[in-house]
Design a protein around this ligand. Structure first.
Ligand code: HEC
Length: 253
């Protein structure tokens, strides 16, 4: 096989990789140019930290992130002491102790995030019968992933005139059925960012989305850089094998 053919072959193999990393993301969504997209994708940690602030100040009132432990926050740039402080703001039930009783204590860095409700029933009761799902894996759980979340949070509009909105529901252009039981959680300046980034609605939604992409796949960067290394290695070894083959067959042909 000549080198030209080889590179065409390689190109054809690589096309699906780009396709896989940007799967068909559910039709009507406005796609964003996320830094974590594509085979060289990387996280923007300052955006993820701001997203965590949005989670804490806005979403955590109704949604948990139970797959994330407080100490995982070290991976997005918080120090051990900061993590301890954050954990100690939450209380949880532990036990039984030596007397066989359950007791309340403050959370430790090794605990998973304490959610806002004790159980599903309490969550439904507080939300008019609807259940605010745990958000740690939501980006993976919805077709369209990050773009879905971004469009959903940006999708609150005035309902069209002939639309019958049920009680306690809000019109949303992206949510299936166009009505959702969650009131629009994000508006301009609902948070005041610790790093003074202007808190426009769009910025806040981008940041909370980045944060929830991280919670759904904290090892994304590792996976991608490993993928790139593996590809590089495969190309290198193919070139070496080609060279060896040429040498071995030189006198025969
Ligand atoms: C006042 C409570 C409340 C707050 C605050 C809140 N949510 Fe919700 N959320 C809900 C409820 C209730 C539902 C379930 C909606 C339904 O079933 O119609 C929901 C559903 C969702 C869903 C699932 C949508 C789907 O496709 O099923 C996502 C994603 C979500 N919320 C994200 C967020 C984010 C991000 C924030 C913070 C910026 C937030 N929510 C703040 C109550 C809340």
């Amino acid at each position: 096989m000549g080198f030209l053919k080889f590179f065409i072959f390689l190109f054809i193999i690589l096309i699906p990789f780009e396709k896989i990393s940007s799967k068909d993301e559910g039709g009507l969504l406005i796609k964003q140019n996320w830094p974590f997209k594509g085979i060289f994708g990387r996280f923007d940690y300052s955006s993820i930290q701001r997203g965590f602030q949005v989670y804490r100040e806005v979403c955590s009132g109704c949604h948990g992130i139970r797959h994330i432990a407080y100490r995982n926050l070290e991976e997005i740039g918080y120090s051990k002491d900061e993590v301890k402080m954050i954990a100690s703001e939450y209380e949880l039930m532990d036990g039984p102790n030596d007397e066989g009783e359950m007791f309340e204590r403050f959370a430790k860095p090794s605990d998973k995030f304490v959610g806002p409700y004790l159980n599903t029933n309490e969550a439904r009761l507080a939300n008019n019968g609807s259940y605010p799902p745990d958000l740690s894996l939501i980006v993976k759980a919805r077709k369209g992933g990050a773009d879905y979340l971004y469009n959903l949070l940006n999708g609150y509009k005035e309902p069209p005139k002939n639309f019958e909105l049920s009680d306690g529901m809000y019109y949303n252009t992206v949510y299936p059925g166009n009505q959702i039981a969650m009131v629009a959680p994000i508006v301009d300046e609902i948070v005041e960012y610790f790093d003074n980034t202007p808190a426009t609605q769009d910025q806040i939604i981008r940041d909370i989305t980045s944060f929830l992409v991280w919670t759904s796949e904290p090892e994304l960067e590792l996976r991608k850089s490993m993928g790139v290394k593996v590809l590089f290695f495969l190309v290198l070894i193919t070139l070496m094998l080609l060279a060896v083959k040429r040498k071995v067959w030189k006198d025969v042909t």
